[in-house]
Each structure stands twice: as C-alpha cells, then as structure tokens.
Design a protein around this ligand. Sequence first.
Ligand SMILES: [Zn+2]
Length: 553
Amino acid sequence: MIMNIDQHWSLEMRRKSILVGLVLTSAPIALTSQTTGAPDPIIEKIRAIGMDSSSTERLAHQLFDSIGPRLTGTPDAKRGNDWLVRTYKSWGIDAKNEQYGTWRGWRRGYSHIDLVYPRVRSLEGTMLGYSPGTGKKDLTATTIILPRFADSTEFVKWLPGARGKFVLVAAPQPTCRPTEDWQQNATPESKARMDSMRAAVRAEWGSRNVRGTGYSLAIGTGELGLRLEQAGVAAVITSRPKDAWGTIEIFETYNLKAPAIALSCEDYGLVYRLTENGQRPRIMMNLDAQLLGEQPSFNTVAMIRGSEKPDEYVVLSAHFDSWDGSSGATDNGTGTLTMMEAMRILEKVYSRPKRTIIVGHWTGEEEGEVGSKAFTEDHPEVIKGLQALFNQDNGTGRIQRLGGGGLPNAAEHISHWLTRIPAEFTSKIEFRGVSFPAGGGSDDFSFACYGTPAIGLSSLSWNYFNYTWHTNRDTYDKIVFDDLKWNATLTAMLAYLASEDPTMITRERVDLAAVAAAAPQAPPTTAGRGGRGQPTKWPDCVKAPRKTEPRLK
Ligand SMILES: [Zn+2]
C-alpha cells in the first residue's frame, strides 16, 4: 500500500546527497532539478490535496476572525486550544490539551480612549496585555511627560506631582513615516537631519534606565510601570511604533491597578506635543479588563500513531499563542495552520505512518518558549525517539531555507528527502547543509538544545518584522494563502519522508567552535523565526517555568 521510498533512492543519489549533507552553511546548495526516479504516489496525493483543496482559508477565518488572539493565560487562548482539539477530532485525529503549568490569567475587554480637551478625537490605542481596566467606568485625567532625571532621588521627588495623572513614558517620534519613505523622497540634507533626530530620541528614551529613573519599561511598562502605579498615577501611556506605516508593537504590563495603554505613533505624538506645549490635554479612558490570577496553561498535542515504529517520532511544531494587539495571524497563526493542514493531509493519505507523527501547538512561546520546553521535560520518550522536528514561526511567506540544525547526519537525511519532493517545491528552497542548532527565539530551540534534529523552516519575510510581528496589524488579510498552502503541502511531504526513512537520524554534532574559527563571517542560521547569529557552542536547555515568571527588565 505504502511504497517504500528507500527502494527509489538510487545509490547514485545517496552518494550525491552525502556530499551535499557535508557542506556547511557557507555554501548553500541550490536544489533545482535534483528530483529523480519514479514519482511517489503518496507525495503526489499530498500535493493534490494540499494545493488543490486546501482548507487553510476556512481555518484562518475560524481562528483569526472568530477566536482572535491567543495570549497565554487568557480565555481566548483556551478557546483556541479547544478549537484545535475539536478540529482534529473532526478529521479523525486523536488530540488533547496537555496542561503543563499556569500563567497569569486575564480577559481583554474593550478599550475606548478619547482625547476630550483641547479638542475631541478618538485615539487609536488599546490596553497592553494583562492591563487592569477602569472597571468599565470613564476615567478622565490630564497628562504629564516623564521628564529627564539626574538620578533616582530626583525621580522620587517628582512622583507626588504625577499622582492622578496619565504619564507619557515613551519617546515622541520626530516622524511617523518609515525610513523607506525618507529614503525615497527626502533631500539628502533633510534625510540626514531626520536620521540624527531619530537617533537622539532613541538614545534619550531607549535605555533600560528610562530617562534616569533607574527603572526599565521592559517590553511594555516593566518596573517603571509598577513604580508609577505605587505612586498613584492614573495610567501609563506608551507607544512602540515600528519603522512602518501605522504599526505599533503591543506587549504587556505587570501593573495591577493603573492601566497601561499603547497609542499609535501619530496619536501618541499628538498627545505628547499638546502636553509639551502647555495645552493641558485631557484624555478619557474606559477600559474593560479582568485580572484572573494564575490560570491553567495548555499545549494542544495531536497524534497519528506509528504502525511500525510507534516509539520514534516526527514532530510538527508551531507555537499557538500570540500577543494580542491583533489576531496573531502571521505570528504564529500561519505556522499553526501550516502544521494543522499538514496533519489533515497526512491523515487522508498516510493514516498508518511508519513512525508516530505528533503536532505540537505550544503556548507560552512569547513568554520564553514555555510550553515547548515543558513538553520536552514531560515527554522524554519523544526526545529519545525524535527522528525530526519541523518548526515554522516567521510569518506567512514561502519556506525558503532549511538545514540540518547542526547535525551532519540530519543534513544527509534531509538531502535524501528533498530529492523525493517535486522540483516545483525544492527549486524555491535553499538547503543549507549541516547548518546550526536553533539559538532561541522559537520552539525549535527547546528541542535543539538536547541535540535532537530540530529543523527550522525559515520563510520569506513579507515585511514580517516591520508590519505584522507583535503588532496591531497582524490580521487575516495579511495572510498569503498561496504561500501558506504551499508550506503546508511541503511540510506534509517532509513529515511523510521523515517517517518513512529507513533509518533514524544519528546525533553527532557539528563542531561549532571549529566552524566559527574557519568561517567567522558565516551567514546567520536558519532558526524557525529567521536569522540569528552564528553560535560557537551548543545551546544549553533551560527549565520551563511552570507558573508566571515576570519579565520586568
Ligand atoms: Zn512567533
């Protein structure tokens, strides 16, 4: 029934692939026209289902439009977990939510934020994740700019004057136009002037010792937010614009009483200038939110059990949680859908795999790969029997690069697999040979640190970092469905080939120090999330926190 793909691997291809596998990242390999031999009927079926009857649009609508963001610890994340289980079960795939710990729970309600004096304007803004609300009541106050302090004593003296006010703690951007726009349109002189103004603002506001207070804003309001709250401020107003039109990052606060909100670059600038110019602006906020205390946090794990080698595993990996400034469509909704759709396809055409195929939809990734780390600790059998893990977490684009994750034997196996995949896929992929272990930043790291074959599927960016990553614009409409279904189809093929492979990948590691010494200018690795610096030693595993671990600095 299932063709043994080993029979199709000619000796010649094996020799060629072994050579390919030994090449390091300094010499990426173009894969054009490597496909040889008779077409594999399973691969053909995967292609047909994945490309001609993709379910990604329907799933995307359900996940991003109906469920929305999936911030760890929120009821929305749990609703998402339950949706995953239901969807897998409807496909005949065994799935469950595995609790691995707790995280601070929070419910996001609405954010209404208006400038009410000296003129009326509804401001573009929202609460930071985990922010307290205003009890659904209007809260109106004047604003105050966090000044520059000589030292923390001066800061403490200033604090009583900030009581009852909305404190502006972010840099006022001299422009909300992206650099690209300045490059295209400005005279060289005004471009240079703007560059130096932006650099000055970064230097003034960007440090961990925000304006001399001695406190950091971390990725939201950090320690400084807590200190301001303690002093009785009414709310903290931030803004973290990207170098792009209309996008801001929206992360988190640890405040428990004073709300923390993020405004758009434009509206933050407006409020800042009115304040700076003595206009005494007043803002009215009405914020609905609930702090829920520690709540159970779950990974969703689905499985197609192996028929011949059930104790060996192929793992499809993508974090499920998101920040919640928008829907988390490309971070990491598209990775999620890639893995879901790959499982749907595999169940249809390869329901009795040789090895066990698992999909892990991790949560807590944005808080430090918590869910996937916990999974590796709770499932030593998967680490022991891991044939390959495929992780995708850098946006909606076509998968462009992959490598052996620092394991020479993994590179040999992958190069075999790639010869079995149609050229319409492999011609668009750069195979980076042995490459490097994932260095953190996504869930492949949680597995790579054990020296297992953890393979990051690195995608074309589609302006990921400027427009959608952790922003207010990471929404359904940003998904490139042609690329997404292509990724799901390719991932299903890789999972099939890894499962059918006659032998297990062995775990000898590349000598990272020697590689670094030989090629200090090597390009960055193919981590699941994109480029990272070249490591000189194998990464150490980090224990998963099983309850909220604040990140205040
Ligand atoms: Zn991500």
